[in-house]
Design a binder for this molecule. Structure first.
Ligand SMILES: Cc1cc2nc3c(=O)[nH]c(=O)nc-3n(C[C@H](O)[C@H](O)[C@H](O)COP(=O)(O)OP(=O)(O)OC[C@H]3O[C@@H](n4cnc5c(N)ncnc54)[C@H](O)[C@@H]3O)c2cc1C
Length: 459
């Protein structure tokens, strides 16, 4: 009797937070757990992109008290910090590198446990194809040519690498002066202490990069450019609200929802509470609200409200905000609202920028020595060159969601094929489900979804 005949095998592709947590919940089923192949192409399991940083200035953007990996054990992360004699202030913001160690630790504890023997297999490789066999099971192939028969798979592949923004000349792609992916190893190498730098984007990624540059001794001018020049807002006071917040009722249209949220913010202010509590109270309502919106309304949200939502929803730790403000006050960091018309090779081994400041008729020309793409995760999945996703899309086993933010799924995370039918056995998890559920991007949301998905797979 083969192992597959005894126990179903589930491949979890991607061992960042999403995939690792699905695997842990599956494993927790004990005797009824399937055999789990946890496949990760990066070095190290558990950390993913966000928590692989070694940079101490890269802090979590969620308070430690809300970063437990397990929704039903809210103090799990704080207890882990205490067990290592590290400060465990629930309202504090811990280094992302520490959080990465936490994830790696819980994964390795589980992998060493007796439950895991023969059930959890860590595959350090790139999953490059997943094909469906006539009996409805799948064949998973990895980059080095290993092949596994699996009964189902969870795609927990995280965010797509960033696309270069419009306006960047094609001949700059691949040049050391233009960094397409700020998370790539050595992305910030070869930048001299006084070199001028353009950061494209003004979101959390830009903040990470500006701090990393500073901490590696960079003192030159930094220009950060985005359409609106919006910066992530700072977290509010640490004191928890005196009673659980009731989310404002959300209206039938975007405009009415916005009115209601603004009204709730005004009412909160009268009661001495900040807008942060109102935005946070929307967390539980966001996914069902997104599910209720027709595609054209979701598209309008992305066009008009998303930049505002992002800066209020995904905020900065106060220490980080202070450093950023200090850089701006010193004049070392200039944040500009405007459109990049062109970024091209200059005449003096530099880069030439043509940008049109927001609301101004005339473009400005300036030059810098380096440019770093900080626009955040990549866009249209339909154009992906990732072999695994490309293969699934080309075979019709998956399709982009209508807004092409990720893969199309039903609300239970089951993949939809080209015709819109559920593909039995294939699931998505984490940011790749953004089109279906929007807020599956941070730990407090993903941990709930991971638990639900594991329960659905086990059922
Ligand atoms: C810089 C940054 C900071 C963040 N900070 C916070 C924070 O402070 N708090 C918070 O709650 N959220 C934060 N987030 C959100 C973060 O995305 C989630 O918390 C979470 O880490 C997402 O995990 P994931 O597993 O879905 O994705 P990822 O972390 O991207 O993991 C996906 C994994 O899949 C692997 N993979 C992809 N394709 C394949 C393949 N074909 N074969 C094998 N392996 C594959 C990748 O190597 C990667 O390790 C941050 C995100 C970023 C990018």
């Amino acid at each position: 009797m083969t192992d597959r005949a005894r126990r179903p095998t589930i491949a979890v592709i991607g061992a960042g937070f999403s995939g690792s947590l699905v695997a842990l919940h599956l494993l927790a089923a004990g005797a009824s757990a399937p055999r789990i192949l946890l496949v990760e192409r990066a070095s190290g399991f558990g950390k993913g992109v966000a928590y692989s940083t070694r940079h101490g200035a890269h802090l979590l953007n969620v308070r430690a008290g809300n970063m437990s990996a397990f929704p039903d054990q809210p103090s799990h992360f704080l207890d882990w910090l205490r067990s290592r004699n590290e400060p465990a202030d629930p309202s504090g913001f811990v280094a992302r590198a520490t959080y990465g160690q936490y994830l790696q630790d819980i994964l390795s504890q589980a992998a060493k446990g007796s439950d895991a023997v023969g059930r959890l297999v860590l595959v350090a490789d790139d999953a490059v194809s997943l094909t469906r066999l006539p009996d409805g099971s799948f064949r998973l192939t990895t980059d080095v040519g290993r092949s596994y028969a699996v009964d189902g798979a969870v795609l927990a592949v995280g965010n797509f690498p960033p696309d270069p923004p419009a306006g960047v000349d094609k001949d700059l792609l691949g040049s050391f002066r233009f960094r397409t992916d700020p998370w790539a190893p050595k992305a910030l190498a070869r930048i001299g202490q006084t070199d001028s730098v353009l950061l494209l984007g003004t979101s959390l990624t830009m903040v990470d990069v500006a701090l990393s540059l500073t901490d590696q001794g960079h003192q030159g001018p930094i220009l950060a450019l985005s359409r609106r020049g919006l910066l992530p807002r700072r977290h509010g006071p640490a004191t928890p609200p005196p009673q659980p917040q009731v989310p404002p009722a959300i209206g039938p249209s975007l405009a009415s929802s916005l009115r209601l949220v603004r009204q709730a913010v005004r009412e909160a202010a009268v009661e001495g509470r900040s807008w942060h509590a109102v935005i946070d109270s929307l967390r539980a309502a966001t996914v069902p609200y997104w599910h209720s919106l027709p595609t054209p309304v979701r598209a309008r949200f992305l066009r008009h409200l998303r930049p505002w939502w992002d800066v209020h929803r995904h905020r900065l730790a106060p220490q980080v905000d202070e450093r950023l403000r200090a850089m701006m006050a010193e004049g070392r960091l200039r944040v500009v609202a405007g459109r990049l018309e062109r970024l091209s090779t200059g005449t003096a081994d530099d880069l030439q920028i043509r940008l049109r400041p927001r609301g101004q008729p005339m473009a400005e020309e300036l030059s810098v020595l380096h440019a770093i793409n900080c626009v955040g995760p990549g866009g249209d999945i339909a154009g992906t060159q990732d072999p695994l996703l490309r293969g699934l899309l080309d075979a019709g086993l998956a399709r982009p969601d209508p807004l092409r933010l990720g893969l199309d799924t039903d609300t239970q995370a089951r993949l939809l094929d080209r015709a819109g039918h559920v593909v039995p056995g294939l699931y998505a998890m984490g940011p790749i489900m953004r089109g279906t559920s929007w807020e599956i991007t941070a730990v407090p949301d993903i941990r709930v979804q991971a638990q639900k998905l594991a329960a659905a797979i086990l059922a």
